[in-house]
Design a protein around this ligand. Structure first.
Ligand code: NAD
Ligand code: IPM
Ligand code: MN
Length: 354
């Protein structure tokens, strides 16, 4: 029987609520199926840890995190710490240094969820691929003459041929593995004449190795309109770190709610443990109200099971989650009246029937 060691980093806000919900469900699944063992080790990094130690993570954090098979992450961000301190202190201190360059964000209307678009008559089923190590997130840029009248600040977007090529190959392979074999490459190569033009050039050259993938290019502004007006024309999408950050929240809302959107931060070379987390953040407005939708984290954990080698268990879990949603056991973000634990209990009951 396979056994796995997972680092659990619940973090801040509703992170601990959705991570604890997910651990209950995954442990029930492992116990019921009896085909694998999974151990979640609690790692207390986050804003409380920062207030006590002055750091969001331990000093040897990269070495200590490398021992795990994968990482289940909740959220980070607190109303009393500037967001750039918390995010660069924890989440972005992992994604970049671990070189988790492929951020995969599937978007699908679920049973029980409904797209607000009347153009999405058959629902939405997209696969968003976000470059996760470069662009505006590369840590470049700075400030000078702080506080003075002539203060200046730069946000530098960094793109490398190696960085673009590896995500482009990953995206073409992803598109190739899906029935429609359609890929849209999103850039902004009209006004942005360096990095974005390099993206276009690399896309055209990688495309030559994937003759069976039908691909097109789209400027990011036009892509937002296409997502709303012609959702059925979209399948797999690849774009930069910042562009896909924005498009993935839009996509989640178009599919029903950010409360169901999962994400996988992958190192496709498998040198580092990958991070699985909901797309949403700490959700200050609902902390402690017990209404956080746990489905995004359930789905992220299912993606984690696929990644570590438990594909069948992942499919069984998603079946249970879908049956619970279809039965109308939904949190308020989806128009339901269940609380978080109500959804957990209903999913656990479904799992027991497996
Ligand atoms: P957010 O995703 O936390 O919240 C946006 C809206 O969506 C809120 O109204 C919230 O209540 C709702 N929402 C989010 N998740 C939900 C869930 N599971 N169930 C029901 N409703 C849900 O985004 P924000 O308000 O821009 O950010 C809040 C904080 O979280 C900030 O500090 C931000 O930097 C941080 N953040 C962290 C992550 C992360 O750790 N991965 C991601 C996004 C934002
Ligand atoms: C996300 C989040 C993060 C990002 C923030 C919290 C740093 O919005 O995962 O989508 O911008 O990548
Ligand atoms: Mn985001």
């Amino acid at each position: 029987k396979n056994s796995y060691r997972i680092a659990s980093i619940p973090g801040d806000g509703i992170g601990p609520e959705v991570v604890s919900a997910t651990i209950q469900v995954i442990q029930k699944l492992a116990k019921t199926l009896g085909t694998f063992d999974i151990d979640f080790e609690h790692i207390p990094w986050g804003t409380e840890y920062y207030k006590q130690t002055g750091r969001y993570v331990s000093e040897d954090y990269l070495d200590s995190i490398r021992q795990y098979d994968a990482i289940l992450f909740g959220a980070v961000g607190s109303p009393d710490v500037p967001d750039h301190i918390s995010l660069w202190g924890l989440l972005l201190a992992l994604r970049g240094p671990l070189q988790l360059y492929a951020n995969v964000r599937p978007v699908r209307t679920f049973p029980g969820t409904k797209s607000p678009l009347n153009t999405a008559t058959d629902g939405i089923d997209w696969m968003l691929v976000r470059e996760n190590s470069e662009g505006e997130y590369a840590g470049q840029g700075g400030r000078s003459h702080v506080g003075q009248q002539w203060e200046a600040a730069t946000e530098v977007a960094l793109f490398t041929r190696v960085g673009i090529e590896r995500i482009m190959r990953f995206a073409f392979e992803t598109a190739q593995s899906r029935p429609r074999k359609l890929l849209t490459v999103v850039t902004k190569s009209n006004s942005m004449r360096n990095g974005m033009v390099l993206w276009d050039e690399v896309a055209a050259s990688v495309a030559q190795d994937f003759a069976d993938v039908k691909w097109d290019k789209m400027l990011v502004d036009a892509m937002t309109a296409r997502m709303v007006a012609k959702p059925q024309s979209i399948d797999t999408v690849v774009g930069t770190n910042l562009h896909m950050d924005i498009l993935s929240d839009l996509a989640a809302a178009l599919a029903g709610s950010i409360g169901v959107a999962p994400s996988s931060n992958l190192d496709p070379t498998r040198k580092s443990p990958s991070i699985f987390e909901p797309v949403h953040g700490s959700a200050f407005d609902i902390i402690g109200k017990a209404v956080a939708n746990p489905v995004a984290t359930f789905w992220s954990a299912a993606e984690m099971l696929v990644w570590i080698g438990e594909k069948d268990a992942a499919a069984q879990l998603m079946g249970c989650v879908e049956r619970v949603c279809a039965a109308g056991i939904l949190t308020p973000d989806l128009g339901g009246s269940s609380d978080t634990q109500g959804v957990v209990d209903a999913v656990c009951l479904e799992v027991e029937k497996l």
